[in-house]
Design a protein around this ligand. Structure first.
Ligand code: G3I
Length: 447
């Protein structure tokens, strides 16, 4: 866990003319006045936003990253930022920063050792040493289906609410919070011994109109502080992983190419780039032990966007901003980029060399439009999950959904599906395992 002293840089990045950028289809959030939850998001936004819309662990006992690491929740390890998992062959000790077994993350181990066998993805992740969290985006609608629930709980031990913990869902009107849908998911996860990552505290999309149209630095700072504090406070005893800032960077193309820059959100436009530091600082004040992540798409392989994000995150680390890791969303195929396993591994290494965890946070591989072939999809699934598995500081792989029929891609215009299934996940519509599942399992077993 990073807990370096925080030095807030209020560098004057106040928005000038460029902030009204709208050329890439996700403008609108700063001028929107209307609707509660706008139809457009990023994560691969290619279409414009309607005006007025809101644009847009493993409690697995940290089995020592190696031979002598400790594993309970009180002992500290010597593992870098995640601190858990023991810390390779030199073991644990008086590090003071580590969190011992609470997450089962990589610590200082130099390699992850696979389980000899496993009958579920979850088991493969839990038996690996150090353990790897196996996640899924879970929707409230999905939990109404018994097969969905059965597969989700059997195969995963890490949950991200697909929409229910976003700003529009939790704080639909200023200062009035609505917890019901999120509580349902969090409580179901805990009943099934699954860890939860809060998603997401500060994001331009799925932002209610009252927030996206707010003006004035002090107003926006105060609203951001209230939201982070209230939301983290509500869930404090139940979850300690958070996507603090999501998708703060954009390029001309959603594949991460062309003119990388800060996304002109209400937060950036009113506060300046320092809103990111501030969000992490507030989150750390609220929970000194939580894992705090930056999360973005099309940063999985080397491109303009990830260079920008790398420099941004490196700056945060250098300034002592309390960031613990970076989520590579890993939406592969239209509308986002493609990334091979070797690219992903090299890219992860750069971030872990900063002392950060990395996570695959929203993986799916879209087959629509014939851009990614069936064979390429299988190769990507294996090689990208293997890249994470082989990197002990890659602490989780989360798939963005359970079964193909419920994938967000099916209804997303930029995904080129035109009403067809994106065939993007590990389970078919009858909740049967696909070949994609087998390839992921192989990667988790070191094959
Ligand atoms: O809740 C309304 C419902 O009342 C209405 O009848 C219906 C009509 O379209 O829309 C419903 O809202 C939809 C919402 O999902 C819940 O189903 C929105 O239109 C739709 O835009 C929204 O899409 C979500 C998208 O984020 C929005 O940004 C996807 O489900 C969700 O998978 C996706 O997830 C994002 C991550 O949070 C961040 N990274 C990218 C990823 C994929 O875009």
């Amino acid at each position: 866990m990073r807990s370096a002293p925080f030095t807030l840089l209020l560098s004057a990045f106040l928005c000038a003319a460029g902030c009204s950028d709208s050329g890439d289809g996700d403008g609108g959030e700063t001028t929107g006045t209307g609707g509660a939850t706008g139809g457009t998001t990023s994560g691969g936004t290619t279409s414009g936003t309607p005006s007025g819309a809101t644009t847009g662990s493993g409690e697995t006992s940290a089995s020592s990253g190696a031979t002598t690491g400790s594993g309970d929740t009180t002992s500290a390890s010597n593992g870098a930022t995640s601190g858990s998992g023991g810390g390779a062959t030199t073991g644990s000790g008086a590090g003071g920063e580590g969190t011992g077994g609470s997450d089962g993350t990589g610590g200082g181990a130099s390699a992850r050792v696979p389980a000899a066998s496993a009958s579920t993805l979850r088991e493969a992740g839990e038996k690996a040493n150090p353990p790897l969290l196996i996640g899924a985006a879970i929707s409230g609608g999905g939990l109404g289906n018994n097969d969905y629930k059965r597969v989700a709980a059997a195969e995963h031990n890490y949950v991200t609410a697909e929409n229910e913990m976003k700003w529009d869902a939790l704080e639909p009107s200023a200062g009035n919070f609505s917890w019901g849908s999120a509580d349902n998911i969090v409580n179901w996860a805990r009943q099934n011994n699954m860890k939860v990552k809060g998603h997401t505290l500060v994001w331009h999309s799925q932002l209610p109109g009252w927030m996206s149209s707010m003006t004035g630095k002090a107003n926006v700072e105060a609203a951001m502080r209230r939201h982070i504090t209230q939301v983290m406070g509500h869930f404090k005893d139940r979850l300690d992983h958070w996507d603090v800032v999501n998708e703060a960077v954009q390029t001309d193309s959603d594949t991460g190419v062309g003119n990388p820059r800060m996304r002109p959100t209400v937060f950036y436009n009113q506060i300046g780039e320092s809103y990111i530091d501030l969000a992490f600082q507030i989150a750390r004040e609220q929970d000194p032990k939580a894992k705090l992540y930056y999360n973005d798409y099309s940063i999985d392989a080397r491109n303009d966007k990830v260079e920008f994000v790398y420099n941004m995150v490196k700056g945060m680390v250098d300034r002592g901003v309390p960031i613990d890791g970076v989520g590579f969303q890993m939406h592969i195929g239209p509308p986002n980029n493609e990334a091979g396993g070797a690219d992903v591994a090299a890219n992860m290494k750069r971030f872990t060399d900063l002392g950060l965890e990395v996570l695959i946070s929203e993986m799916d591989i879209n087959r629509c439009g014939g851009v990614v072939t069936a064979e390429e999809q299988l190769t990507y699934y294996h090689d990208i999950v293997a890249a994470c598995f082989k990197e002990p500081k890659c602490t989780a792989v989360t798939f963005w959904g359970i079964n193909d029929g419920r994938s967000w891609l099916n209804g997303w215009s930029g995904a080129l599906c035109n009403g067809q299934s994106s065939q993007s996940l590990l389970f078919n519509d009858q909740y049967g395992k696909k070949e994609t599942y087998n390839r992921v399992m192989n990667a988790l077993l070191g094959k």
